[in-house]
Design a protein around this ligand. Structure first.
Ligand code: BTN
Length: 266
């Protein structure tokens, strides 16, 4: 049930659905000119799909794109917004490593953006934002369904320029078009991310510490003073990077503490 458009917009964006389907993560594709949120759409579809079916939802526009913690996500025209529905158990990922899926996704985006933009100043801003030149390039929203399947939503600023962003975002976001003379096609960015994510999920299944180590290398907050809210508790300390098991390490007045989830307050 691929709703593949003979869409003009899709052709312009350079999406190659058959190459995407050749990756281990994509079996079905839904391309939507406009949707509220690709994560919400994928969740609705999940009920009518069998557990093992892998779905990719790509939207040209989102009218209610969501970020973590109930934040809104700006899907400027020309940005890349997509969600993947998949079952981590079918990828042989141990349940205790599910929290590392978002790190694997951020690494896939980092490596794709660094290669495409020819930049080295791309990295991980915990928990799973991708920063380029000190500004937010991409974000990851992971949601688990009751049956264990996961919705992995990624938004990446490709052709949408920071100057076109809402005023409150203009100084804190960046796009690939802002830093490259010839902005890449969204199809190339999507394919690069999906292929790398497929590889990183393979790492996570068999050598999860590779993901932790690589996330530590790419972590941009080493040595920074951070405050993290986990539940109702806020903890401040100096970031000591990311452990092999994916935990963020904070050196606090009470010693080193590990965070597997939480909200970065500052
Ligand atoms: C964040 O930075 O807080 C995460 C942003 C995730 C945005 C993507 S865009 C595609 C998918 N659909 C959504 O509604 N959100 C994610």
């Amino acid at each position: 049930m691929s709703r593949l458009p003979a869409s003009h917009e899709s052709e312009l964006a350079g999406y190659d659905w058959s190459l995407l389907k050749a990756s281990g993560l994509v079996e079905r594709v839904e391309y939507l000119p406009s949707v509220g949120s690709t994560n919400d759409f994928a969740r609705e579809q999940a009920g009518s799909l069998s557990r093992g079916e892998r779905l990719l939802v790509v939207a040209e526009r989102q009218t209610a794109g969501r970020g973590r913690g109930g934040n809104r996500w700006w899907t400027g025209g020309g940005s890349l917004a997509f969600s993947l529905l998949f079952d981590p158990a079918q990828r042989n990922i141990a349940r205790r490593h599910y929290p590392m899926i978002s790190l694997a996704a951020a690494l896939a985006v980092i490596d794709t953006a660094a290669l495409i933009a020819g930049r080295t100043d791309v990295g991980l801003h915990w928990p799973n934002d991708v920063f380029l030149s000190g500004r937010k390039l991409a974000g990851v929203l992971i949601e688990a369904l009751a049956d264990g399947r996961h919705l992995l939503g990624i938004g990446c600023n490709v052709h949408n320029r920071s100057a076109e962003a809402p005023p409150e975002l203009a100084d804190i976001v960046i796009s690939l078009a802002d830093v490259t003379p010839l902005a890449p096609s969204r199809g190339d960015v999507l394919l690069g991310i999906v292929r790398r994510l497929d590889e990183r999920l393979g790492d996570l299944a068999h050598f999860h510490e590779i993901i932790g180590q690589r996330a530590n290398q790419m972590c941009l907050q080493h040595g920074a003073k951070l405050t993290i809210r986990a539940g109702t508790r806020e903890t401040s300390g100096i970031c000591a990077g990311i452990a092999a098991d994916g935990a963020l390490l904070l050196d606090t007045v009470n010693g080193r503490q590990s965070f597997y989830s939480g909200v970065l307050v500052k």
